[in-house]
Design a protein around this ligand. Structure first.
Ligand SMILES: Cc1cc2nc3c(=O)[nH]c(=O)nc-3n(C[C@H](O)[C@H](O)[C@H](O)COP(=O)(O)OP(=O)(O)OC[C@H]3O[C@@H](n4cnc5c(N)ncnc54)[C@H](O)[C@@H]3O)c2cc1C
Length: 511
């Protein structure tokens, strides 16, 4: 089993061993390109660049697929979460066609890689079915249908859908796909290493000094590179991009059914948030995967409830034999509905980024690899300006979440708190956590399965928002920009680079 940035086990991580890097640094710490992050985006980008003759290194803080790639549901779509109606409205009809083209190219890249490297990742072509259940949704479906078709994607009316749920109207969009994302990433990682690339795992990048080259500070010493790509899902540090990306959490489950009615195709309803369904073969066994109940990170008090609601929803329509896996993970929504791929705003042309994929990171990771390859090899591509992160413009209605968290906890450095008092304050069941106020200080308390209390500062080390407890994944999540920490405050995912401050619990210091 591989590790992930959450406590629950996903279908993908359970059924595979950790990736073992084959090539070593060999005292060479100078590369053409350093790709930071070993998820689907980082590994695909590194492979394309290495194949094109660049000498690349991947620096991964944990292990391959530790991030959202290990917690995805891996629908591969050209029919996107941001409907083509919105893309046309925000970017114009011609650009909507370009987005459709780019996502088609992404699926072709996956197919080419699979055939070229003979990858066994249970890839299958599929159709996507989008169904409306009332009049209002049907009207919206009509608009989505014509904008999708106008963007150049084939759409048909559907008389049937792959799931036993009643509906009013539905469309079928062929040309989608599904696969096992971790098997795909592992095979690309192997191809990357076979081409001479180096993967350094358990190597967190703490900062980059932009001089003539990029000097990269990591937990395994310094590296140098001509160019750096942040494929970290969200870049670490403080950047304009953090104010234009909102973190969301989504919930998924993989179940065995009592009958053989596993749907072959991909299916989506039109609620907000919507439910999503598909089937995946893993080790020759079919698993029905369902997901939904998305919310802004840190904005749901009881995240466990979201998993229970998802389960109740699935039980309503499907005859479940066994719930095999239930998990959740995080994605980042961009302000205007398209990802940010290209030069990192506010930096020199040494540093690049790919983020803001929403729920379409399987496709957009491949788009990112193609776009970043064009940029870094100085090749023309119509997609470069389309996805340029420096297009950043304020979008009406998109909230800058930082204003919601003005109340900041104080610095605890050198201060001690009574262990007994904190135990008293922590009226918590094992596995629970909460932020309490004690002597006008805010303290984040967590009780582990052995009844031991862990006390930390709730102030996120990124931009000083207050973290919230996520009981489903046993983590402290920041509602502002999505930094996440383990139960005792260690960074799980950026943009934070420093752990939450630990609180001393030995004796009570009278003030
Ligand atoms: C529940 C859920 C379901 C989803 N379903 C779908 C779907 O069906 N189809 C779809 O297209 N998309 C889906 N998505 C979105 C998709 O999974 C993501 O967009 C995609 O996996 C992101 O991949 P990534 O490689 O960019 O990031 P990640 O997979 O998160 O990888 C980033 C890596 O960077 C590493 N890292 C971070 N900081 C540092 C640092 N400082 N130094 C070194 N390494 C660092 C992390 O450890 C991590 O391994 C879903 C998302 C969620 C939450």
């Amino acid at each position: 089993m591989i590790k992930r940035d959450g406590n629950r086990v996903s279908l993908w991580q359970a059924n595979i061993a950790p990736y073992e890097s084959r090539n070593t640094i060999n005292n060479n710490r100078y590369f053409d390109i350093a790709v930071i992050g070993g998820g689907i985006t980082g590994i695909t980008t590194a492979l394309l660049l290495q194949e094109a003759g660049k000498n690349c290194v991947v620096l991964e803080a944990a292990s391959l697929c530790f991030g959202t790639t290990g917690g995805t549901t891996a629908h591969i779509n050209t029919l996107l979460d941001t409907p083509y109606t919105t893309i046309s409205k925000n970017f114009g009809d011609e650009n909507a066609k370009l987005v459709a083209q780019a996502t088609n190219a992404a699926i072709n890249l996956i197919k080419e890689n699979i055939s070229r490297y003979k990858i066994d990742c249970a890839f299958k072509d599929a159709s996507a079915y989008l169904f409306a259940q009332d009049e209002k949704q049907a009207e919206e479906l009509g608009r989505i249908r014509s904008a999708t078709s106008q963007a150049g994607i084939a759409v048909h009316s559907a008389g049937n859908i792959p799931v036993p749920i009643s509906f009013k109207q539905a469309i079928q969009v062929p040309g989608q796909a599904k696969f096992n994302p971790v098997q795909y990433v592992y095979a690309l990682a192997e191809a990357f290493e076979n081409a001479g690339g180096v993967i350094v795992q358990h190597c967190r990048v703490n900062g980059i000094n932009e001089n003539e080259t990029a000097d990269i500070e990591t937990t395994q010493g310094n590296f140098r590179a001509e160019r750096v790509v942040y494929a970290t899902h969200i870049p670490p540090g403080v950047n304009l991009i953090h104010l234009r990306c909102a973190p969301y959490r989504s919930y998924a489950m993989a179940v065995k059914l009592n009958n053989d009615t596993y749907p072959e195709n991909l299916c989506y309803d039109m609620y907000d948030p919507y439910h999503y369904y598909r089937t995946q073969m893993v080790d020759n066994e079919p698993y029905f995967i369902a997901g939904g109940y998305d919310h802004k990170t840190g904005h749901e008090e009881n995240t466990q409830k979201c998993l229970m609601e998802l389960e109740a929803h699935v039980r309503r329509y499907f005859d479940i034999k066994k719930i095999a896996y239930q998990w959740s993970s995080q994605y980042f929504e961009s302000a205007d509905g398209l990802p940010y791929i290209g030069k990192l705003p506010g930096h020199t042309d040494l540093v690049y980024v790919a983020t803001g994929f929403g729920g379409n990171g399987m496709t957009y990771s491949q788009v990112s690899a193609l776009v970043l390859k064009s940029i870094l090899l100085n090749q023309d591509s119509p997609y470069i300006s389309l996805f340029d992160p420096n297009r950043l413009k304020p979008v009406a209605g998109f909230k800058n979440f930082i204003t919601h968290n003005a109340e900041v906890a104080k610095d605890f450095l050198g201060k001690y708190f009574s262990r007994e008092k904190l135990h008293e304050l922590a009226e918590l069941a094992p596995g629970e956590g909460k932020v309490v106020t004690y002597e006008s200080e805010k303290i984040a308390l967590h009780k582990d399965e052995n009844g031991e209390i862990h006390a930390i500062s709730p102030t996120c080390t990124h931009l000083k928002c207050s973290v919230a407890w996520n009981n489903a994944e046993q983590s402290w999540d920041c509602p502002c920009h999505g930094a996440r920490y383990s139960h005792d405050g260690e960074v799980l995912t950026g943009p934070a680079t420093a752990d939450l401050e630990k609180i001393n619990m030995e004796e009570l210091v009278e003030k």
